[in-house]
Design a binder for this molecule. Structure first.
Ligand SMILES: [Zn+2]
Ligand SMILES: [Zn+2]
Length: 348
């Protein structure tokens, strides 16, 4: 829809509605180089349907008068439209006599983009801010490499001691060689079973129309086209949602309690020292026993843990666990690199 624009009387300064060709206060005629403007402080006056036009005025080449698009000859001097000098929006520079009136709606238009810009700056900064947080966080938890000097060694070794006997065990299956003593129905696992539904109220964000932003486009004939763009706001709604509630239901199975004759580790022979010469415990136990009897013992698996004692770059002693091969190759005075977390000195 089109609304009437205004022009400013160059003589008395009166704001005159565009469909008046003369100032009602002093009688001055509308200037040839008129520039219409909107004044939103005045009531919005819609143009009658039959008067509405989107075509701009043309400029008479003889008297420079503005004429409506429908006029084939100048309303003032009768010159032909085909000889027109130009149009309202595309006219030769007028000879300036009076400073152009400052259109009032500018004030409002200027205020408008402010919050938009703020919002977009926030949006623009959001991503880098998230990245920065992730970066700082990963920097903090990322292990750092530090160097220390080897000042000593430490080790601990053990030989498992296995005993051959009848052991009572339980499982969901009986291994070969096992003799079932008893069985029992027991809970093996749980599964989630739908129990009931619960209704919850949730807050949901929703965009709703919140009036219009109105702009006026100068049609070049005293009329301005009203351009409405809907404005939205976010409102929160309480919404009922159906949520399933599960309960844990046990799954039963048969558990077997059985006796089984086997070798099983029951003890260990430990040795340890703070030096570079690891020794295994001395033992008379055989490494294997053919056709064992109950109560027979033998050597089981061998394992060890080895540490280099290092002085870190702050002068503190740290124990750095190494593989046996690494450990064997190290000498006192060697520099070793190790990983530690940023907020601690201890090797990882
Ligand atoms: Zn006037
Ligand atoms: Zn004319």
């Amino acid at each position: 829809m089109n609304v009437w624009g205004y022009w400013k009387c160059p003589y008395c300064g009166e704001t005159v509605r565009a469909d008046h060709k003369d100032c009602p206060k002093c009688g001055t005629s509308i200037p040839n180089d008129v520039k219409f403007f909107m004044d939103t402080s005045k009531p919005i006056e819609y143009v009658d349907k039959e008067q509405e036009s989107d075509e701009e005025n043309w400029l008479c080449s003889y008297c420079r008068c503005q004429n409506p698009a429908q006029a084939e000859v100048c309303e003032s001097c009768g010159a032909q439209k085909s000889d027109a000098l130009g149009t309202y929006h595309n006219r030769p520079e007028p000879i300036k006599t009076e400073p152009e009136p400052e259109p009032r709606p500018k004030q409002r238009r200027q205020r408008d983009p402010e919050p938009k810009r703020k919002r977009s700056i926030f949006k623009l900064l959001l991503f880098p801010m998230i990245m920065l947080v992730i970066l700082i966080y990963s920097w903090y938890i990322k292990p750092v490499e530090r160097e220390g000097e080897v000042i000593g060694f430490s080790w601990q070794q053990e030989i498992g001691v296995e005993e051959f006997n009848t052991f009572r065990e339980s499982d969901w299956n009986v291994p070969s060689g096992g003799t079932v003593v008893s069985s029992n129905r027991e809970i093996r696992s749980y599964r989630n079973v739908l129990d009931h539904y619960e209704y919850k109220t949730k807050r949901v964000a929703k965009k709703v129309k919140d009036g219009y932003d109105v702009k006026y486009k100068d049609m070049g004939n005293g009329q301005f086209k009203e351009i409405k763009t809907p404005r939205y706001k976010t409102v929160y709604e309480e919404k009922k949602v159906k949520e399933p509630v599960y309960r844990q239901e046990p799954i039963y199975d048969t558990k077997y309690y059985y006796n089984i004759d086997k070798w099983k580790e029951t003890d260990a022979l430990r040795t340890s020292a703070d030096d570079h010469e690891p020794k295994w415990a001395e033992t008379d136990l055989p490494t294997n026993v053919e056709s064992p009897k109950y109560g027979d013992k033998r050597q089981g698996s061998r394992r060890g843990t080895y540490w280099a004692i290092i002085k870190d770059d702050k002068g503190n002693e740290q124990r750095l666990e190494c593989s046996l091969d690494e450990w064997k190759d190290l000498k006192e005075g060697d520099k070793v690199k190790y990983k530690t977390s940023r907020n601690s000195d201890e090797p990882l």
